[in-house]
Design a protein around this ligand. Structure first.
Ligand code: 3PG
Length: 211
Protein backbone atom coordinates (compact mmCIF):
# COMPACT_ATOMS: atom_id res chain seq x y z
CA UNK A 1 0.00 0.00 0.00
CA UNK A 2 1.18 3.50 -0.70
CA UNK A 3 -0.44 6.88 -1.11
CA UNK A 4 0.07 9.19 -4.08
CA UNK A 5 0.77 12.95 -4.16
CA UNK A 6 -2.75 13.35 -5.61
CA UNK A 7 -4.26 11.75 -2.51
CA UNK A 8 -2.27 14.11 -0.28
CA UNK A 9 -3.35 17.08 -2.41
CA UNK A 10 -6.99 16.07 -2.12
CA UNK A 11 -6.73 16.27 1.69
CA UNK A 12 -4.86 19.58 1.55
CA UNK A 13 -7.40 21.11 -0.81
CA UNK A 14 -10.27 20.67 1.66
CA UNK A 15 -9.63 24.07 3.26
CA UNK A 16 -7.09 26.90 3.02
CA UNK A 17 -6.28 26.37 6.69
CA UNK A 18 -5.80 22.96 8.31
CA UNK A 19 -6.68 23.40 11.99
CA UNK A 20 -3.96 21.92 14.21
CA UNK A 21 -5.64 20.90 17.46
CA UNK A 22 -4.09 20.01 20.80
CA UNK A 23 -6.71 18.37 23.01
CA UNK A 24 -6.43 17.76 26.74
CA UNK A 25 -9.89 16.24 27.04
CA UNK A 26 -11.40 13.61 24.80
CA UNK A 27 -14.81 15.10 25.58
CA UNK A 28 -13.82 18.12 23.47
CA UNK A 29 -13.08 16.07 20.35
CA UNK A 30 -16.52 15.75 18.80
CA UNK A 31 -17.74 19.28 19.68
CA UNK A 32 -14.54 20.79 18.21
CA UNK A 33 -14.93 18.78 15.01
CA UNK A 34 -18.59 19.79 14.68
CA UNK A 35 -17.73 23.45 15.34
CA UNK A 36 -15.08 23.39 12.59
CA UNK A 37 -17.47 21.78 10.12
CA UNK A 38 -20.11 24.39 11.01
CA UNK A 39 -17.57 27.07 10.12
CA UNK A 40 -16.86 25.49 6.74
CA UNK A 41 -13.62 23.67 7.63
CA UNK A 42 -14.09 19.93 6.95
CA UNK A 43 -10.56 18.87 7.96
CA UNK A 44 -8.74 18.64 11.29
CA UNK A 45 -5.32 17.53 12.47
CA UNK A 46 -5.16 16.15 16.01
CA UNK A 47 -1.63 16.29 17.36
CA UNK A 48 -0.33 13.21 19.11
CA UNK A 49 1.12 15.40 21.86
CA UNK A 50 -1.44 14.62 24.51
CA UNK A 51 -2.47 11.26 25.98
CA UNK A 52 -6.05 11.62 24.71
CA UNK A 53 -5.12 12.25 21.07
CA UNK A 54 -5.71 8.74 19.74
CA UNK A 55 -9.04 8.44 21.55
CA UNK A 56 -9.99 11.86 20.18
CA UNK A 57 -9.21 10.71 16.63
CA UNK A 58 -11.27 7.56 17.23
CA UNK A 59 -14.23 9.61 18.52
CA UNK A 60 -14.17 12.03 15.60
CA UNK A 61 -13.72 9.28 13.01
CA UNK A 62 -16.75 7.43 14.32
CA UNK A 63 -19.05 10.36 15.15
CA UNK A 64 -18.29 13.15 12.68
CA UNK A 65 -18.11 11.61 9.20
CA UNK A 66 -18.32 15.05 7.56
CA UNK A 67 -14.76 15.86 8.66
CA UNK A 68 -11.48 14.38 7.43
CA UNK A 69 -9.47 13.70 10.57
CA UNK A 70 -5.70 13.31 10.60
CA UNK A 71 -2.95 12.75 13.13
CA UNK A 72 -0.20 15.33 13.60
CA UNK A 73 3.17 15.28 15.34
CA UNK A 74 3.74 11.72 14.14
CA UNK A 75 7.38 11.06 15.02
CA UNK A 76 7.71 7.26 14.91
CA UNK A 77 6.48 4.32 12.81
CA UNK A 78 4.67 3.02 15.89
CA UNK A 79 2.68 6.26 16.18
CA UNK A 80 1.84 6.11 12.48
CA UNK A 81 0.40 2.63 12.95
CA UNK A 82 -1.50 3.65 16.10
CA UNK A 83 -3.00 6.64 14.30
CA UNK A 84 -4.08 4.42 11.42
CA UNK A 85 -5.66 1.97 13.88
CA UNK A 86 -7.54 4.85 15.56
CA UNK A 87 -9.10 5.86 12.25
CA UNK A 88 -6.84 8.69 11.11
CA UNK A 89 -7.29 9.50 7.42
CA UNK A 90 -3.95 11.29 6.97
CA UNK A 91 -0.68 11.72 8.83
CA UNK A 92 1.54 14.76 9.42
CA UNK A 93 5.08 14.66 10.80
CA UNK A 94 7.24 17.57 11.98
CA UNK A 95 10.34 16.10 10.28
CA UNK A 96 11.44 13.12 8.24
CA UNK A 97 13.71 10.13 8.76
CA UNK A 98 13.95 7.02 6.56
CA UNK A 99 12.27 4.91 9.26
CA UNK A 100 9.46 7.40 9.78
CA UNK A 101 8.90 7.68 6.04
CA UNK A 102 8.69 3.89 5.75
CA UNK A 103 6.31 3.69 8.72
CA UNK A 104 3.97 6.35 7.36
CA UNK A 105 4.08 4.83 3.88
CA UNK A 106 3.28 1.39 5.31
CA UNK A 107 -0.10 2.65 6.58
CA UNK A 108 -1.21 3.48 3.03
CA UNK A 109 -2.56 6.82 4.30
CA UNK A 110 -1.78 10.16 2.64
CA UNK A 111 1.02 11.76 4.66
CA UNK A 112 2.75 15.11 4.88
CA UNK A 113 6.39 14.96 5.97
CA UNK A 114 7.93 17.95 7.70
CA UNK A 115 10.81 19.89 6.17
CA UNK A 116 12.61 23.11 7.03
CA UNK A 117 15.76 23.25 4.86
CA UNK A 118 16.46 22.83 1.15
CA UNK A 119 18.41 19.62 1.88
CA UNK A 120 15.40 18.21 3.72
CA UNK A 121 13.14 19.18 0.85
CA UNK A 122 15.51 17.48 -1.60
CA UNK A 123 15.56 14.34 0.55
CA UNK A 124 11.75 14.30 0.63
CA UNK A 125 11.55 14.78 -3.14
CA UNK A 126 14.06 11.93 -3.63
CA UNK A 127 11.74 9.78 -1.54
CA UNK A 128 8.83 10.63 -3.85
CA UNK A 129 7.10 13.17 -1.59
CA UNK A 130 6.16 16.46 -3.26
CA UNK A 131 3.54 17.68 -0.74
CA UNK A 132 5.45 18.81 2.35
CA UNK A 133 4.90 20.47 5.66
CA UNK A 134 7.18 23.50 6.22
CA UNK A 135 7.86 23.59 9.94
CA UNK A 136 8.34 25.64 12.05
CA UNK A 137 7.27 28.12 9.40
CA UNK A 138 7.64 31.49 11.08
CA UNK A 139 10.86 30.60 12.92
CA UNK A 140 12.38 29.10 9.75
CA UNK A 141 12.04 32.22 7.62
CA UNK A 142 8.35 32.46 6.92
CA UNK A 143 6.78 33.27 3.57
CA UNK A 144 9.93 35.06 2.38
CA UNK A 145 11.90 31.83 2.78
CA UNK A 146 9.40 29.77 0.79
CA UNK A 147 9.39 32.40 -1.96
CA UNK A 148 13.21 32.24 -2.06
CA UNK A 149 13.41 28.47 -2.52
CA UNK A 150 10.57 28.13 -5.06
CA UNK A 151 12.87 28.29 -8.08
CA UNK A 152 15.32 25.64 -6.79
CA UNK A 153 12.68 23.10 -5.69
CA UNK A 154 9.88 23.89 -8.17
CA UNK A 155 8.09 20.57 -7.73
CA UNK A 156 7.67 20.93 -3.96
CA UNK A 157 4.40 22.25 -2.56
CA UNK A 158 4.16 23.29 1.05
CA UNK A 159 1.73 23.45 3.92
CA UNK A 160 3.53 25.87 6.26
CA UNK A 161 2.77 25.43 9.95
CA UNK A 162 4.16 26.84 13.17
CA UNK A 163 3.56 30.34 14.45
CA UNK A 164 1.11 31.27 11.67
CA UNK A 165 -1.84 33.49 12.55
CA UNK A 166 -4.94 34.79 10.80
CA UNK A 167 -2.89 37.91 10.05
CA UNK A 168 0.14 36.14 8.57
CA UNK A 169 -1.70 33.34 6.70
CA UNK A 170 -2.57 35.41 3.57
CA UNK A 171 1.12 36.07 2.77
CA UNK A 172 1.73 32.31 2.64
CA UNK A 173 -1.47 31.53 0.73
CA UNK A 174 -0.47 34.04 -1.95
CA UNK A 175 2.59 31.92 -2.86
CA UNK A 176 2.45 29.53 -5.83
CA UNK A 177 4.24 26.80 -3.84
CA UNK A 178 1.77 26.92 -0.95
CA UNK A 179 -1.52 25.02 -1.11
CA UNK A 180 -2.74 25.60 2.43
CA UNK A 181 -1.40 26.54 5.84
CA UNK A 182 -1.76 24.86 9.22
CA UNK A 183 -2.33 26.49 12.55
CA UNK A 184 -3.77 26.21 16.00
CA UNK A 185 -5.36 29.67 16.10
CA UNK A 186 -8.80 28.30 15.13
CA UNK A 187 -8.98 26.32 18.37
CA UNK A 188 -7.51 28.46 21.18
CA UNK A 189 -6.93 26.64 24.46
CA UNK A 190 -9.15 29.05 26.38
CA UNK A 191 -12.07 28.52 23.96
CA UNK A 192 -11.74 24.75 24.33
CA UNK A 193 -11.52 24.97 28.12
CA UNK A 194 -14.66 27.14 28.19
CA UNK A 195 -16.54 24.97 25.70
CA UNK A 196 -16.95 28.05 23.51
CA UNK A 197 -17.72 26.16 20.30
CA UNK A 198 -19.34 29.22 18.70
CA UNK A 199 -15.99 31.00 18.90
CA UNK A 200 -14.31 28.04 17.16
CA UNK A 201 -16.97 28.17 14.44
CA UNK A 202 -16.40 31.91 13.96
CA UNK A 203 -12.62 31.46 13.74
CA UNK A 204 -13.12 28.56 11.30
CA UNK A 205 -15.45 30.63 9.10
CA UNK A 206 -12.90 33.45 8.96
CA UNK A 207 -10.15 30.93 8.06
CA UNK A 208 -12.33 29.30 5.39
CA UNK A 209 -12.84 32.71 3.81
CA UNK A 210 -9.07 33.05 3.27
CA UNK A 211 -9.24 30.55 0.42
C1 3PG B 1 2.17 22.07 14.44
O1 3PG B 1 2.12 21.11 15.16
O2 3PG B 1 2.10 22.01 13.22
C2 3PG B 1 2.39 23.39 15.04
O3 3PG B 1 2.86 23.31 16.33
C3 3PG B 1 1.20 24.25 15.03
O4 3PG B 1 1.72 25.47 15.18
P1 3PG B 1 0.99 26.66 15.91
O5 3PG B 1 0.49 26.12 17.22
O6 3PG B 1 2.09 27.66 16.09
O7 3PG B 1 -0.09 27.13 14.99
Amino acid sequence: MTSTPEQVRSVLSLAPVVPVVVLDSVAHAVPVARALVAGGVPVVELTLRTPVALDAIRAIASSVPEITVGAGTVTSPRQAEAAYDAGAQFLVSPGLTPALLAGMRETGLPFLPGTATVSEVLAALEAGCTELKFFPAEASGGAAYLRSIASVVPTARFCPTGGITAASAPAYLALDNVGCVGGSWLTPADALAAGDWDRVTRLAAAAAALG
